[in-house]
Design a protein around this ligand. Structure first.
Ligand SMILES: C[S@@+](CC[C@H](N)C(=O)[O-])C[C@H]1O[C@@H](n2cnc3c(N)ncnc32)[C@H](O)[C@@H]1O
Length: 267
């Protein structure tokens, strides 16, 4: 069972295709965030190094929900994927991601497309790697997002998923309380007051107001990954989750992982 904390529609919260516009703008206005490695992006680069040793031409990769930094798009291109496409619903996030790619070295094969993870504008079996980091839990139908990734993937291709797996943990309850405040405090007011503070902009405002939000247990995600015709090769709680592995309470605080990473193969 998954927990769906999505809002049907709050008058003061923009719909998902516009929601990240101001949050990502605020992030991009902070100095040196553009290509700054985050724990999740470092972990993704380590995965690329481990799994793709011959890096001359690794084929085509998709970074779905690439966001405003497009940092995983850049990692794929630099690691040897010939054709890398960053996909996002949000025009402003794509504009920022395009600007960063244009200013960065080794990004010749990168393109960006405005599209939904639920209806990817690509032929079936056309890609070698699909990245779904921090996105499926923000779609109206996470299972469909994984099905769609599987559709565009070639036989033997891989999907790298990072998804919220802290259902029924302390973090789950913290997010529920925060979301109660979102009914009282308008989004614009919170932003006006707090968007310059990184942790509030990137964590609290995001989780308080994002229209679509799902929380899972690891085994529920595993079930719908397998239903999409994918085999899980590896999974672990992301290193971004500092509470995992703590002697006392680790699992109670963040469940199966603030982000849980699943590496899957088609077929
Ligand atoms: C939390 S950000 C993650 C960004 C990036 N993947 C990362 O790991 O830093 C989520 C991104 O997914 C995008 N998004 C949300 N729903 C989407 C959908 N249905 N299709 C495509 N992109 C979507 C948002 O616009 C946003 O840029």
């Amino acid at each position: 069972m998954a927990t769906n904390l999505s809002f049907s529609r709050l008058w003061h919260v923009p719909p998902i295709e516009k929601f990240y516009t101001s949050l990502h703008r605020a992030t991009s206005e902070r100095e040196s965030v553009h290509d700054a490695p985050t724990p999740t992006s470092i972990e993704f680069r380590e995965f690329l190094k481990r799994r793709y040793t011959d890096s001359n031409d690794l084929g085509r990769a998709l970074d779905v929900g690439c966001g405003a930094t497009g940092i995983h798009t850049l990692s794929c291109a630099r690691h040897g994927f010939r054709d890398v496409c960053g996909v996002d619903l949000n025009h402003e996030s794509l504009r920022l991601a395009r600007g960063i790619a244009a200013d960065s070295p080794l990004t010749a094969g990168i393109s960006h497309v405005n599209a939904s993870a639920l209806v990817l504008p690509f032929a079936s079996e056309s890609h070698d790697l699909v990245v779904l980091l921090g996105i499926i839990h923000h779609t109206p139908d996470p299972k469909e997002a994984v099905m769609e990734a599987s559709r565009v993937l070639k036989e033997g291709g891989k999907v790298y998923i990072g998804v919220y797996c802290f259902e029924k943990s302390w973090f789950d309850w913290i997010i529920r309380v925060l979301r109660c405040f979102s009914f009282i405090v308008p989004f614009r007011l919170s932003q006006l007051c707090f968007s310059k503070i990184a942790v509030i902009n990137d964590f609290f405002l995001d989780h308080m107001y994002v229209p679509n939000l799902w929380l899972f247990k690891g085994k529920d995600v595993a079930t719908f990954i397998e239903q999409a015709g994918l085999t899980i090769e590896d999974q672990w709680p992301s290193t971004f989750d500092r509470f995992q592995g703590k002697r006392f309470f680790g699992k109670s605080i963040t469940g199966d992982g603030l982000y849980r990473i699943f590496v899957c193969r088609k077929g």
